[in-house]
Design a protein around this ligand. Structure first.
Ligand code: CP3
Length: 357
């Protein structure tokens, strides 16, 4: 429970309660930029086995926390666990990205998709969460996550990563009812999955809508945001005594931010194409904001990183409701020391914005 957390800055900031400094964590903080991650991955043999072995998933979840004073852990897993549990067969192909052995091509494929039981087919994720909670011993909160229905549908229909999204866009135009059937099924599955994560010990939830930004406005509303909103409504009361905040992240969503905050979420995560100060003005006090440094800045000098942190903190301004993060995942080419510089800069430079008068 958050009251028992030794460092509860993340949950407090997500709920817009006062904090002593701005909390910070990094999307993909456990990943290939860390040599110890690459070691554990080698030990596992491949990425999917790493995700599916709770002891190893726990080990890599903890790795960035041993290096840096981060304010949160995020469970090591992937958004593609659900389609894999539905029988599509996930593989990570070197320098290609995730691929499925089977993809979704028509409404029959959709009707035949099972609804995975989170404590059966996805038990390895719940076991990883339980292990990490024990390992964390209340130091910082643990974030659970899922992909959004739309983003998972793109991978299931394209059969993996895509540049053009021609198959999923084709289905949207030619067979919208079939696509809605898939999105509804995914929403049901994601709701069960996230509720199970909360019951296993996740203390905040993030929904990754990596590909919502490729849609035209009305399609974003109907095929992406609509379903995320339903999931948020279902999660709203999924906690015993303490609230489990939900963060929504649509990459490339600057023009839709006013609409996104109308979903029952507690926070939005924004990429670096938004101006965080302006976003704060646009949404008022409705939700907290997470973000939004461009990952590429981590390749620059220490001074440039610190300057950028300072500029984002200044743009957000005084008061709680900001969780510092990158605008998207950290890339494998980043020097690990640069992450330490970032985290320290956020903590040191943000105190002045949290002074109570
Ligand atoms: O943030 C964290 O530390 C938690 C772990 C996490 C991973 N994937 C581990 C991972 C999270 C939150 C994800 C989410 C995820 N997975 C997203 C949404 C987030 C985003 O970036 O927008 C997406 C689109 C995926 C699908 C996926 N999984 C892709 C496109 C890839 C290939 C990425 C690449 O850089 O090659 C993966 C594999 C993956 N997931 C890796 C990691 C650390 C790389 C695995 C490896 O090569 O060892």
């Amino acid at each position: 429970m958050p009251e028992q957390l030794k460092n509860n800055r993340l949950i407090k900031a997500l709920l817009r309660e006062p904090v002593d400094m701005t909390p910070v964590w990094i999307m993909r903080q456990a990943g290939r930029y860390l040599p110890e991650y690459r070691e554990t991955r080698k030990k596992a043999g491949d990425f999917v086995t790493l995700c599916q072995t709770p002891e190893l998933a726990c080990e890599v979840t903890m790795q960035p926390l041993h290096r840096y004073p981060l304010d949160a852990a995020i469970i090591f897993s992937d958004i593609l666990t659900i389609p894999d549990a539905m029988g599509l067969g996930l593989k990570l192909v070197e320098s290609v990205g995730p691929r499925f052995e089977r993809s979704i091509t028509n409404s029959n494929d959709i009707k035949n998709l099972p609804l995975p039981d989170p404590e059966q087919e996805l038990k390895y994720v719940m076991d990883s969460i339980r292990l990490v909670r024990r390992e964390l011993n209340g130091d910082v909160p643990l974030i659970g996550f899922s992909g959004s229905p739309w983003t998972l549908a793109t991978y299931m229909i394209e059969g993996g990563s895509s540049r053009e999204f021609s198959k999923v866009k084709g289905m949207l135009e030619a067979e919208p009812a079939s696509l809605h059937l898939l999105l509804k099924h995914l929403s049901d599955s994601i709701t069960l999955y996230l509720k199970a994560q909360i019951n296993a010990g996740a203390q905040a939830i993030m929904i990754f809508d990596t590909w919502g930004g490729i849609l035209k406005t009305p399609n974003y509303m109907n095929f992406s945001l609509y379903y995320m909103k339903i999931i948020c409504e279902h999660l709203k009361n999924e906690h015993s005594e303490v609230k489990v905040p939900v963060i929504l992240f649509t990459k490339g969503a600057d023009k839709w931010i006013e609409k996104i905050v109308e979903a029952d979420c507690d926070a939005i995560s924004i990429d670096w194409n938004s101006n965080i100060g302006q976003v704060r003005e646009r949404i008022g006090k409705r939700v907290a904001i997470q973000g939004n440094m461009e990952p590429r800045i981590l390749k620059e000098s220490e001074k440039k990183i610190v300057d950028e942190v300072e500029s984002i903190l200044r743009s957000y301004g005084s008061g709680s409701g900001h969780v510092f993060n990158l605008g998207h995942g950290i890339t494998p080419d980043i020097e690990p020391d640069k992450v330490g510089i970032l985290v320290d800069a956020v903590h040191n430079l943000s105190r002045q914005y949290h002074k109570t008068k």
